[in-house]
Design a protein around this ligand. Structure first.
Ligand SMILES: CC(C)(COP(=O)(O)OP(=O)(O)OC[C@H]1O[C@@H](n2cnc3c(N)ncnc32)[C@H](O)[C@@H]1OP(=O)(O)O)[C@@H](O)C(=O)NCCC(=O)NCCS
Length: 170
């Protein structure tokens, strides 16, 4: 892209804990509406302290998210990372992951773990750049929801990746 009608925009964002008022905008104009019940379930875990939902906010809109599962004593699990198309490549995913790692370290878990579909090269490259190393492979059942709520489960081959975290500084 380098023509007279191509422009480069920078985006100002910040990472913060999710609020209940974010849940509806996080459906991204219908794209994730079928996952509303999952959002609600994770929100309840977030309120209980067994999970942490992080959002990237830009211009008062949640343009990215990362969920942290703290149910396990040893690992914090990072999942559901996504950044709004159009704002990818601006460092938002990286900042969300860094924030998720801080949440895990502060919760006293020494290891951050995540899984990534074997063909998701872009995400895997980002995880490797941040210090994640493959510790295994698994076949996971991944739920897909159509806009009408119809549910389909597909088997997906995933890499399991981990990173040892530094102890929190405070
Ligand atoms: C994976 C994802 C969350 C990354 O978010 P992001 O905000 O684009 O990530 P960043 O801007 O922090 O970029 C991180 C790295 O991605 C790579 N990257 C950025 N733009 C890219 C592009 N257009 N094509 C390929 N790689 C790119 C770069 O290696 C970059 O590293 P750098 O900071 O050294 O340049 C985002 O692409 C996304 O939402 N994808 C769809 C959902 C998904 O796959 N989630 C992960 C499930 S495991």
């Amino acid at each position: 892209m380098n023509g007279p009608h191509d422009f480069l925009a920078t985006v100002r964002f910040h990472i913060r804990p999710c609020r209940e008022a974010d849940l509806e905008p996080l459906e991204w104009m219908g794209t994730f509406t079928a996952h509303r019940d999952t959002f609600r379930r994770v929100w309840r875990d977030h309120q209980r302290g067994t999970a942490s939902m992080l959002v990237a906010e830009a211009d008062a809109f949640p343009v990215g998210q990362l969920w942290v599962d703290l149910a396990d004593e040893r690992h914090g699990l990072l999942w559901a990372l996504r950044v709004l198309p159009g704002l990818r490549g601006a460092g938002i995913g990286r900042a969300l992951l860094r924030a998720g790692e801080r949440v895990i370290a502060r919760a006293g878990r020494p290891i951050a773990q995540l899984s990534v579909a074997i063909d998701n090269e872009r995400a895997a490259r980002l995880y490797r750049a941040l210090g994640y190393r493959q510790v295994g492979e698994r076949v996971a059942e991944v739920e897909h929801r159509a806009h009408d709520g119809a549910r389909a489960v597909a088997r997906e081959k995933q890499l399991v990746m981990e990173k040892m975290l530094d102890a929190p500084r405070e």
